[in-house]
Write a protein that binds this ligand. Structure first.
Ligand code: FAD
Length: 408
């Protein structure tokens, strides 16, 4: 028999004060719960590993418009042989570029204003999930402290301690992202650029994103198997020295560089007795763009009302958490799987010559119009399906797509 925990120090302890941990803490604290946020670093928002794109929908939820560095109306997408596909409309904002340091700090500040407590320099070292609560040993400023909580939420990112400690599986894909901050790139104001090709970003794409004050973020992402022995840095150099585009990069001067993981593909079970995983910890980044902030917000938003009631009742067994989270999480997982299948079909599993042929189709005015009408950075599946249905050259993919979507 478990020893009873007669009173809990906290309703909820959240491991990780990134954007998703901060937002989760904010909405739970607003609902009246006592929330403790643990952050292993001694400041919020460092180290920085992000292109900083935040969709209008995600931004609306936190209202942090003062952290925006640039507004982006569209993307200039380059095929491996240079075919250009411009997607977007001048004057209509598709996404924002934020300063992630300011953004993360502000999200965490919102949670503190709502009543959450933040412990910096603090990380869990041991946890025991009992039937009525979790006993957590926390290393705070070098000293070990024992605390109790009704619920433990892991928002501790791609390498989540919570996920590993409670053996909650692994995200389906772990992409590698590499990025530099530069000055000297002649960019088109309000537009980001994307570059493709097996030498630059095998199966995925590279990006150049304006980031305020005439600086840009140049990055790329791929998976270890697709890199096939190449280093991600080698791919970056291939982009900067590509015969088609090297002129554009000839004056860039690097001011910073980062490398980080992008976990995409929700773990099989993001809940266990008194433990939940949210955000990158659960593998929520989008397989099509790598964006993880919006999906992390959506993951917690979809369950918070029922979760709040369960916290009040201290009814947080695995079965209860399953009944709260399963439908919402499964819907999100299915959408991720479908997006990954379509991504693989149209982009990731294509050789460069096939990708070039796809780009020739994408570049037709009527297809660009279709992409602009149906394309939504938040929901790539309807666009993928519309392309397969409406573009004669892609119809041969319909059967393959149908099978993949049925089994995804
Ligand atoms: C190169 C690159 C570019 C990207 N670009 C974008 C983009 O443009 N838009 C976008 O939406 N996403 C982007 N992403 C993904 C995005 O960075 C993540 O999806 C997002 O940060 C996830 O937020 P999170 O709060 O779940 O995790 P994180 O931001 O990783 O936050 C986790 C927090 O937990 C802390 N932590 C970790 N372990 C512990 C522990 N044991 N104890 C205490 N604290 C701990 C960390 O210090 C950190 O503060 C990019 C990723 C990479 C690598």
């Amino acid at each position: 028999m478990d020893e009873l925990i007669t009173s809990h120090d906290w309703d909820v302890v959240i491991v990780g004060a990134g954007p998703v941990g901060g937002h989760t803490a904010n909405i739970l604290a607003k609902l009246g719960h006592s929330v403790l946020l643990l952050e292993e670093h001694n400041e919020i928002g460092r180290p920085f590993q992000c292109a900083g794109l935040v969709t209008p929908n995600a931004m609306k939820q936190v209202g942090l418009y003062d952290t925006i560095l640039e507004e982006i109306d569209g993307a200039l997408i380059h095929g491996p042989s240079g075919t250009l596909v411009p997607v977007g409309t001048g004057g209509t904002v598709r996404t924002y570029v934020v300063c992630r340091k300011l953004f993360d700090e502000a999200v965490v500040r919102q949670s503190m204003t709502s009543g959450a407590t933040l412990w910096l320099n603090s990380k869990p070292v041991n946890a025991d999930a009992k039937s009525d609560g979790v006993i957590l040993t926390v290393n705070k400023d070098g000293n070990e402290i024992q605390i109790s909580t009704k619920l433990l939420i892991g928002c501790d990112g791609a390498h989540s301690w919570t996920r590993r400690y409670f053996k909650m599986g692994r995200p389906k894909e772990l992409m590698i992202g590499f990025q530099t901050e530069v000055v000297g790139y002649q960019y088109r104001k309000r537009w980001l650029e994307m570059y493709s090709g097996s030498e630059i970003a095998p199966g995925f794409f590279a990006w150049v994103i304006p980031s305020g004050n005439d600086s840009c973020r140049i990055g790329l992402w791929s998976t270890a198997d697709r890199l096939d022995g190449k280093s991600i840095e080698e791919c970056y150099h291939n982009l900067l020295n590509h015969p088609l585009w090297k002129e554009r990069f000839s004056d860039v001067r690097e001011t910073a560089r980062y490398c980080g993981p992008v976990p995409s593909g929700m773990v099989k079970k993001a809940y266990k007795n008194r433990v939940l995983l949210i955000g990158d910890a659960a593998g929520m980044a989008k397989p099509t763009t790598g964006g993880g902030i919006g999906p992390g917000f959506e993951q917690i938003n979809g369950i918070v009302d029922k979760l709040s009631i369960a916290i009040n009742l201290n009814d947080l067994s695995e079965d209860k958490l399953k009944s709260i989270a399963k439908n919402h999480f499964e819907k999100m997982r299915k959408e991720q799987n479908r997006a990954r299948s379509l991504r693989n079909l149209l982009v990731s599993d294509c050789e460069d010559d096939e990708l070039d042929r796809n780009f020739e189709q994408f570049a037709k005015p009527e297809i660009i119009q279709l992409i602009n009408q149906v394309g939504d950075i938040e929901k790539p599946v309807p666009l993928g399906m519309a392309l397969i249905r409406k573009v004669p050259a892609f119809r041969k993919l319909a059967l393959k797509a149908g099978m993949k979507l049925i089994f995804s």
